[in-house]
Ligand binder design. Structure first.
Ligand SMILES: [Zn+2]
Length: 261
């Protein structure tokens, strides 16, 4: 699993890789998705490894390529249901925001699972709100990222205080689609593969939404299709097998140092 980055203000984030778990091929090693055919015991162990690494329990999403975003507060966190394996899991959403003026004593971590789609993590480093967003082709054209950032701005966030981080995803030069599909995409997302056929630039479409709102994004240049450290749905389809999911994780924990009065 990969490096933890600290944003200050008790907020950290990371993107996992295929390494560091217990799953067998074609899910090796660190598949975090229960829905892709892997042994659930392995997936549960992989999730526990991740949770132990950041020393925080994670909130997962059963994503549906939609545009709904759930808001959690310290009061509703206990109302997040657990799935059959015991993990805190929100159904039918593609984004989750933690919005509270208090940080749970144990911290809170939000996870978005991907294998080519863009995992987007958002933090207001002053107010300490955080969000995790799943942005595939459908979510991007449905403007889920515009919605997510607007939720921060509506709550008073200054764009200068927002960190918007796009994790590893399939790049526009690899994401070939039929011309009819490309033509349906927002202009900023219409692109071509490196071999000259029509493609979709999911991140490009997302960046346009970020800029519309006067914000900036930090965009990973790692392509999941090209980089075998990440699961890639497209690469697995080409090779005719199943594959796993990696995650973008953003989390917030109370400062370890107690405040002295
Ligand atoms: Zn690529």
């Amino acid at each position: 699993m990969s490096t933890v980055h600290n944003l200050g203000s008790s907020i950290s984030y990371m993107f996992t890789t295929i390494e560091g778990g217990v799953s067998c091929p074609p899910y090796s090693e660190a598949n975090l998705g229960f829905h892709v055919g892997d042994d659930p015991i392995s997936v549960a162990e992989n999730r526990q490894i991740l949770s132990r690494k950041i020393n925080t329990e994670l909130v997962w999403m059963n994503q549906v390529h939609g545009c709904d975003i759930r808001v959690l507060t310290d009061l509703t966190l206990v109302e997040v249901p657990r799935d059959r394996y015991g993990f805190l899991t929100l159904d039918n959403v593609d984004g989750v925001m933690f919005d509270s003026d208090r940080i749970p004593a144990t911290g809170i971590a939000l996870a978005v699972m991907v294998a080519d789609c863009v995992p987007v993590l958002i933090a207001d480093v002053v107010t300490c709100r955080i969000a995790a967003v799943h942005m595939g082709r459908a979510g991007m054209s449905g403007r889920i990222l515009h919605r997510a950032i607007s939720m921060f701005l509506e709550r008073g966030s200054n764009p200068a205080n927002l960190r918007i981080i796009f994790g590893p995803h399939i790049c526009s030069q690899c994401y070939e689609v039929p011309e009819e599909l490309r033509a349906q995409m927002p202009v900023a997302a219409r692109s071509y593969t490196r071999w000259g056929s029509p493609s979709v630039d999911i991140a490009g479409g997302g960046i346009a939404q970020v800029h519309e709102l006067g914000c900036r994004a930090e965009v990973s240049n790692e392509c999941t299709y090209e980089n075998e450290h990440y699961f890639s749905h497209r690469r697995a389809m080409k090779e005719d097998h199943q594959t796993g999911r990696f995650a973008g994780v953003i989390y917030i924990k109370p400062n370890d140092t107690p405040v002295k009065y």
